[in-house]
Design a protein around this ligand. Structure first.
Ligand code: SAM
Ligand code: SF4
Length: 352
């Protein structure tokens, strides 16, 4: 199987132009944005098969030798924080819990960067048994993806009957002190009517729920702008049971809009990535499991750090590649344009 058949784009050869780039160590782009938030995908493997993300058979496996090692991940993250101005690091995938050496990755980063917040986005399957160890290794926060609390609907959407493991994982994370726990739910038509139950459950369990509009990053290529569930539809559904009051955004780079639920203190967030996109304030830079830099979820233009690193590149040389990659970042995703073409990689192969 070729890389293109695997949904992995060709890496761009040579260093892109740095023409016009200001003389700054930070990860700036041509549109005045500065990347401070690093998302690191550490595996393509996953214990679930969410229909809006993965193919039923899972993603083609990345050969072990092509995946970044613990030492390589720790080196690149340290470089991003110390030299490039990254302030927050989030591990994602696939599912980060699929890597048995996740605790070593976290511990390595925490040891070198004790003041940098380390977070993880996970589906929560198996978290019950690892939350305590991860917290001890230095993990600070966890976002757990849970689209519905209805067991049958969960099994249908994820193609796996693992809801109970996720709920146990959320509770274990709270006990381990990984609070505040955020719950992410992708807005899907099959689970929309259960949105009020999910919000009620999250409030009772002291979790902060955020709904996310589905983006065209599914392996089945079934996403359609005309039929996706919008933030506006969700607000109507939630309004049948709760009184929602919009809160003004305090952090412009935060993608979610927040509402107080029944006067507070509970809140609910909505990340309206499609209908109210926040590209103008995007502060993200991404590293894939094979060590490629990807500045935008929707751009297939990737730059390799792994081979450069394995070929003996110095930290300065790696930093130059990273800065150059960010200088090429697109203005926005263009989902709403008539000529929009989804990227080759699906969400599970990028890391959300
Ligand atoms: N497996 C982990 C999980 O599900 O949390 C981490 C990886 S997953 C790709 C990261 C986030 O992307 C999850 O919150 C997931 O719900 C979200 N996601 C996946 N596919 C999506 C899509 N097509 N549109 C919007 N969000 C999506
Ligand atoms: Fe796996 Fe997360 Fe994709 Fe679901 S969203 S299939 S849990 S990577």
């Amino acid at each position: 199987m070729t890389l293109v058949e695997m949904g992995i784009p060709a890496v761009r050869a040579g260093l892109p132009s740095l023409d016009g780039r200001p003389d700054t160590p930070f990860l700036v782009d041509r549109f005045g944005r500065v990347a401070r938030d690093l998302r690191v995908s550490i595996t393509e493997k996953c214990s679930l098969r969410c229909t809006y993300c993965m193919p039923e058979e899972g993603l083609p496996q990345i050969p072990r030798a092509e995946r970044l090692t613990v030492a390589e991940i720790v080196r690149l993250i340290s470089l991003a924080v110390r030299e490039l101005g990254v302030r927050e690091v989030r591990f994602t995938g696939g599912d980060p819990l699929m890597r048995r050496d996740l605790e070593q990755i976290i511990a390595g980063c925490h040891e070198r960067l004790p003041d940098t917040p380390l977070a993880m986005t996970t589906n929560g399957v198996g978290l019950e048994h690892r939350a305590k160890g991860l917290a001890e290794a230095g993990l600070n926060r966890v976002n757990v993806s849970l689209d519905t609390i209805d067991r049958a609907a969960f099994a249908m959407l994820t193609r796996r009957d693992r809801r109970d493991s996720v709920l146990a994982g959320i509770r274990a994370a709270r006990l381990a002190g990984l609070a505040p726990i955020k719950v992410n739910a992708v807005l899907m038509r099959q689970t929309l009517s259960g949105a009020t139950d999910l919000l009620g459950w999250c409030i009772a369990e002291d979790c902060r729920l955020r709904f996310i509009e589905e983006m065209p990053l599914d392996a089945g290529r079934e996403w359609a702008r005309a039929s996706m569930v919008t933030a506006a539809e969700l607000l109507d559904v939630l309004g049948t049971r709760f009184t929602l009051t919009a809160i003004e955004r305090s952090d412009p780079t935060s993608p979610d809009e927040t509402w107080l639920v029944d006067g507070g203190p509970a809140t609910v967030g909505i990340i309206a990535s499609v209908t109210r996109n926040f590209c103008a304030d995007c502060d993200r830079t991404r590293l894939t499991a094979e060590g490629r830099l990807r500045s935008c979820l929707f751009s297939d233009e990737e730059f390799d750090l792994r081979d450069a690193m394995r070929g003996g590149a110095s930290d300065d040389e790696l930093a130059t590649i990273w800065r150059a990659s960010m200088w090429q970042k697109w203005a926005g995703h263009g989902i709403n344009a008539a000529d929009f073409v989804p990227p080759q990689r699906t969400m599970g192969a990028i890391g959300g």
